[in-house]
Design a protein around this ligand. Structure first.
Ligand code: IPE
Ligand code: IPE
Ligand code: MG
Length: 250
């Protein structure tokens, strides 16, 4: 039986977040420039997102470019930005055909002007789509996001809009760029690295992590299905006790 047939559609994760890693190593293995790996990562994005939407996953969030990625060689950063502009442009039709709404989180103002503009246009164009929300994390880092949220909370306290007594989990969430999006139940990272690299630190408090050695350009829908099946076989306890699986003394 394939992985897809093993998925229980009634217990799908509503939100899957993915750290798409390994493009550079994928290219290097073939004696090519890192940029070649990024270019080939687009097919993985298309297949994975389409498969998620077809299954009925409501939210997918992809880590596409981190705050720290600005430190890469200028040539690579420029190529990534160029790729982003072209991909958004080309794939807007795919998003429309699949009824997917595009969203973005991160320090979007720091993106090159044309990139920012294309992104906002695609977000606007897909705004009424409602099968899935696809969020791209661009120039994103969780520490940036949380710091930004705290600054805005402080400003609102200063302006008398909220009182410090009102600051709690749910208020902080409203100031994050993921406001209105449920926390990811499943976080996938490709390329065999076991780290979070400053992604969604607040939101993954109780996420299930799935690591695969596949490099991102090789990741396809079958890999997504496998990750979902793996997730569905886990026992999520949230700090409590699951009566059906608990063992030991009564
Ligand atoms: C992930 O692939 C894509 C981005 C971070 C933009 P990498 O470029 O990090 O590839 P590796 O990890 O060096 O192989
Ligand atoms: C994380 O990958 C960021 C993205 C996938 C966009 P990196 O390749 O930048 O992370 P590190 O450097 O291995 O931690
Ligand atoms: Mg990497």
């Amino acid at each position: 039986m394939g992985f897809k047939e093993q998925i229980d559609l009634n217990r799908l994760p509503s939100h899957i977040a993915i750290i798409m890693d390994g493009n550079g190593r994928w290219a290097k293995k073939q004696g090519k420039l890192r940029v070649f790996g990024h270019q080939n990562g687009v097919a993985a994005v298309r297949d994975t997102v389409e498969a998620g939407a077809e299954l009925g996953v409501k939210f997918m969030t992809l880590y596409a470019f981190s705050t720290e990625n600005w430190n890469r060689p200028k040539l690579e950063v420029n190529a990534l930005m160029e790729l982003l502009i072209n991909t958004i442009h080309k794939e807007t039709k795919t998003l429309m055909d699949n009824n997917i709404r595009l969203n973005a989180i991160g320090d979007l103002e720091s993106l090159p002007g044309r990139c920012h503009k294309n992104l906002l246009e695609a977000i606007k164009k897909t705004d009424a789509n409602n099968r899935m929300t696809l969020t791209l994390a661009l120039s994103y880092s969780a520490r940036w996001e949380i710091t930004h949220a705290i600054k805005n909370i402080a400003a609102d306290v200063k302006a008398g809009k909220i009182s410090p007594d009102h600051i709690n989990d749910s208020l902080l969430e409203k100031y994050l760029s993921t406001a209105g999006i449920p926390d990811p139940e499943l976080l996938i990272r490709t390329s065999g690295e076991y780290r979070i690299s400053n992604f969604l630190l607040w939101q993954i408090a109780y996420s299930e992590f799935y690591f695969t050695s596949k490099l991102w350009p090789d990741f396809r829908r079958e890999d997504l299905y496998e990750a979902i099946v793996n997730y569905q076989n886990r026992d999520r306890r949230f700090g409590g006790v699951n009566e059906s699986t608990a063992t030991g003394h009564a």
